[in-house]
Design a protein around this ligand. Sequence first.
Ligand code: BEZ
Length: 211
Amino acid sequence: MAIRLGDTAPDFTAETTEGTINFHEWLGDSWGILFSHPKDYTPVCTTELGRVANLKEEFAKRGVKVLALSVDPVDSHKGWVNDINETQNCTVGYPIIADPERKVATMYDMIHPNALDNLTVRSVFVVGPDKKVKLTLTYPASTGRNFDEILRVIDSLQLTANHSVATPVDWKWGEDCVVVPAIKTEDIPAKFPKGHKVIKPYLRTTPQPNI
Ligand code: BEZ
């Protein structure tokens, strides 16, 4: 069955380029991102894995651990990582799951046989410190993902978790946020001392609280 937002991210133990990992133990209290690729030594995947490696500091700043998956074995991943480092000017510093038996891929419904036979599509799962799934995304093999967008969603998720605000359409870091409906308008001044606007009783905005 498909994994839905709010579900507990299924736990697993898998072989990776950095040894055996138990997903929940490896996550600890961190946020995490699990993302799949169709196959080793493929062009779009090579650019994606390089980009994620070069975003290391952005993920670290947000307390997010990164875990990739491809259905090829560890030896193949290790050879491919050399190519990624060479061509994308990076150092891949996160584990890549080897899933030749498709155990994790099946658990996470990453194989969409009508799109790509027996290979994983480009799935993304963002998991919170509570191990709940906060975001799911599915891209086709032919389209590289936009990791700036994935970081933007993580910023939004963390604002909601830590500051009781949501983010409006096309929100970017530094722009006004939306006060979540659970907060009464009369309680806003105490909770959001930077100020607020009541545009409609259900649409209240405040400057981004954590900057
Ligand atoms: C790629 O990563 O370039 C790719 C992988 C599978 C199908 C199409 C493209």
